[in-house]
Design a protein around this ligand. Structure first.
Ligand SMILES: *[C@@H]1O[C@H](CO)[C@@H](O)[C@H](O)[C@H]1NC(C)=O
Ligand SMILES: *[C@@H]1O[C@H](CO)[C@@H](O)[C@H](O)[C@H]1NC(C)=O
Length: 466
């Protein structure tokens, strides 16, 4: 199974390989990846962002760590903010899929000589989702997190080590899929260490991981405010989506007016779910060509942009508690200390949602395009940096690696295991920590959750100074 990759920790990895067999085999056995798999937004598999994992899911890429070679740096702390792994659709989406499959079964006209995939959709495909699956983590999602844990431990062996384990801080959102994910992460580490019995130690912390639902200004100004997501509604009924909808109705042999934009999206997601949950090339995928998929991706990106990111400043500001928590942890880990003092926390593992990661990434100033994403500028946004398929797939992660270096502590950021530079400090992969602090001074000294979240109820204008 690991042929082609150099031997690493020999026996241990072999044992782990056995424990992780199911995924590696299923992904090897599924060479047919839909041509639109990189456009599923927050429903994208992690492997689409890092395709080399399809060949070897446990390969850590050491060259992603980039402290200046001349300064003899050693990693001293990792903070990892991680999204849960692959999951079932939520009940709302399951109901939409149900509706779509019924519509096709009862109203689609069946042409003789239709292509195989269309016959599959019209006659053979069976609804297998049930409402009780509602957003739960799937087996593949557990493997996402186990494998991520192994790769991170191979990447930073001195930090995510067995000896350090008792000094890790591990926290999770209370949602079932996150708790299952944080457990899987710990399983991955302990399997790597050759433990036969896995012990869990994590804390549920919604104040930190689900800050968004506690921020009144956000909930009232954005979440429950239809006008805050006006651009999404406009695009949903705009010309690009209309064209996708008409083409899909024609392919299925459905009357145009019966196929709503929500049902178009349900078919697109169905393709994504059959891939991410069962490693299947779903017949539903053939309804879309690449340009259709790009339109549907933009629709999802618009939603995340206006609901969770730069669209409304309050969305990023709602993550102030998490921002401060991360920097407090880094402050402690980087502080000089006497040899008699206890060494600091080697790792802080924080498991949450795309809704946790996006506001924090936005607050840090990442993925902010010059022009806001709107319903009207789809074509101009072709090269945008805000692509949720790349930023927040399942098991997405934001890593802060703190190094001890000759000139003082340095901090590097990685998103989904690839280096990303701090906006404002683009000259270096791992700038001095004090420069990072100076860069975010306005937030470190402010970004007060109560003032931002209770002080006002409006969503505030788009794209103000942050
Ligand atoms: C490893 O990381 C380096 C630096 O980020 C990157 O250029 C390279 O493509 C990565 N290799 C793989 C196999 O992902
Ligand atoms: C709803 O959003 C709009 C547009 O962002 C904003 O102008 C308005 O103040 C918001 N309403 C509330 C109640 O916050």
């Amino acid at each position: 199974m690991f042929s082609g990759s150099p031997p690493r920790n020999g026996l241990v990895l072999a044992a782990l390989g056995l424990a992780l067999t199911r995924l590696s085999c299923s992904s090897l056995a599924a060479p047919d990846i839909p041509h639109i798999a990189t456009y599923f937004g927050t429903k994208t598999r992690y492997e689409e962002v890092n395709p080399h994992l399809l060949r070897d899911a446990l390969s850590a890429n050491g060259s992603a760590l980039k402290p200046p070679p001349s300064e003899r740096c050693t990693p001293v702390h990792l903070t990892a903010v991680i999204r849960h792994g692959s999951r079932y659709p939520t009940a709302k989406n399951i109901r939409r899929i149900q509706k779509l499959s019924e519509l096709v079964r009862t109203e689609a006209s069946r042409a003789p000589g239709a292509p195989g995939w269309l016959q599959d959709i019209q006659s053979r495909w069976e609804m297998w989702f049930t409402e009780d699956m509602d957003g739960q983590l799937v087996m593949k999602g557990r493997e996402d997190l186990r494998q991520l844990a192994v790769r991170l431990s191979l990447l930073l062996p001195a930090l995510l080590s067995e000896e350090n384990q008792r000094r890790f801080s591990v926290r999770s959102s209370s949602k079932h899929r996150c708790v299952s994910s944080v457990e899987s992460f710990q399983e991955g580490l302990q399997l790597l260490w050759g433990r036969s019995e896995v012990q869990y130690s994590h804390r549920v912390d919604d104040e930190l991981m689900r800050f968004f639902e506690r921020c009144r200004g956000y909930v009232e100004g954005v979440e429950n405010n239809r006008t805050a997501l006006l651009e999404v509604e406009k695009f949903k009924h705009g010309e690009e989506m209309e064209a996708v909808r008409r083409r899909m109705a024609d392919k299925l042999g459905l009357p145009h007016h019966r196929l709503t934009p929500d049902l178009v999206e349900a078919a697109f997601f169905l393709c994504s779910y059959e891939l991410s949950i069962r490693s299947l090339l779903s017949p539903w995928c053939f309804l879309f060509d690449e340009s259709d998929a790009k339109v549907l991706e933009y629709k999802s990106d618009l939603k995340q942009y206006w609901k969770r990111s730069h669209g409304h400043v309050i969305s990023s500001l709602s993550s102030c508690p998490l921002f401060h928590h991360v920097f407090r942890t880094l402050d402690k880990a980087g502080r000089p200390r006497r040899s008699t003092e206890a060494s600091p926390e080697p790792a802080s593992i924080l498991v949450g949602h795309a809704e946790t990661l996006l506001p924090l990434l936005s607050l840090l100033g990442l993925y902010k395009d010059q022009t806001p994403l709107t319903a009207a500028n789809y074509h101009a946004q072709h090269g945008r940096s805000f692509r949720t398929s790349l930023i927040v797939p399942y098991a997405a992660n934001l890593l802060f690696v703190l190094y001890d270096c000759q000139r003082g502590p340095r901090l590097q950021l990685l998103v989904n295991e690839s280096p990303v530079r701090f906006p404002g400090l683009e000259g270096e992969d791992a700038p001095l920590y004090r420069d990072v602090r100076a860069n975010y001074r306005h937030l470190l000294d402010g970004c007060d959750f109560h003032r931002e979240c209770e002080g006002r109820t409006s969503g505030r204008g788009p794209n103000t100074e942050l």
